[in-house]
Design a protein around this ligand. Structure first.
Ligand code: ADP
Length: 208
């Protein structure tokens, strides 16, 4: 992809159960944002297909899906949304949730994304996040949320492999947001960073 055609985006970053999906879902309802959660894309794949079978195996163990498979599926999903005009890259800011999830993925996504901001949702209360995950397990019937051991492995993967991703970005674009408040309070903090990114996209695509 030519550097100036890359998708302008904001990354939602943070541990499992911190509220990335909730916030992404709210933003998705505001015109001018397109929310894409890699986990949702994975869960939507036909489990009978070869890709679906492999993805299911990794997700249900709480492990990361290998990078080549992740990127292939993610790119296919983005291309499909663009083709259907559900996502219009010149008008919509991409709110990407769940990627990059390791240092190697940072290099890969930079080929496709012009990253304006990285919003790191932070919550030190693990009990609270586990509580949210348990509620989600019932609500969404997620295979990776149901089992205590799988949840613990996801936190371990997050700390060891995903957390170092933040250091790959210039400090000036990394914004830490306290995720302990109500959804409305957390949204309020996030908007402070996504609105300027959306305005930049708007300005870049203004026709004189
Ligand atoms: P959570 O943030 O609660 O862990 P997600 O829905 O973002 O949930 O992800 C669910 C699972 O999908 C992850 O545990 C992992 O197995 C897989 N996954 C999601 N994003 C990626 C990614 N970028 N690379 C590899 N695996 C991923």
């Amino acid at each position: 992809m030519a550097p100036d055609e890359r998708y302008r985006s904001v990354l939602l970053f943070g541990p499992p159960g911190v509220g990335k999906g909730t916030q992404g879902g709210i933003l998705a309802n505001i015109p001018g944002f397109f929310h894409l959660a890699v986990g949702d894309v994975f869960r939507a794949i036909d489990i009978g297909s070869e890709d679906g079978r492999q993805v299911y195996e990794y997700i249900s163990r709480g492990e990361l899906v290998p990078d080549d498979l992740t990127i292939k599926i993610w790119k296919k999903a983005v291309d499909a949304y663009v083709a259907l005009a559900r996502y219009k890259p010149r008008e919509d800011l991409l709110i990407l949730d769940g990627m990059p999830r390791n240092v190697a993925q940072v290099r890969i996504v930079r080929q496709y994304l012009n990253i304006s901001s990285v919003i790191s949702l932070e919550c030190r209360d693990y009990e609270d996040m586990i509580h949210r995950i348990r509620r989600r397990a019932i609500r969404e019937n997620r295979v990776d949320d149901a089992n205590e051991e799988v949840i613990r492995r996801r936190f371990k993967v997050y700390e060891e492999v995903t957390a170092p991703v933040l250091e790959q970005f210039d400090e000036s674009i990394v914004h830490r947001v306290d995720a302990n408040g109500s959804p409305a309070e957390v949204l309020y903090s996030i908007l402070e960073y996504v609105i300027p990114a959306q305005n930049e996209l708007f300005a870049a695509n203004q026709v004189d």
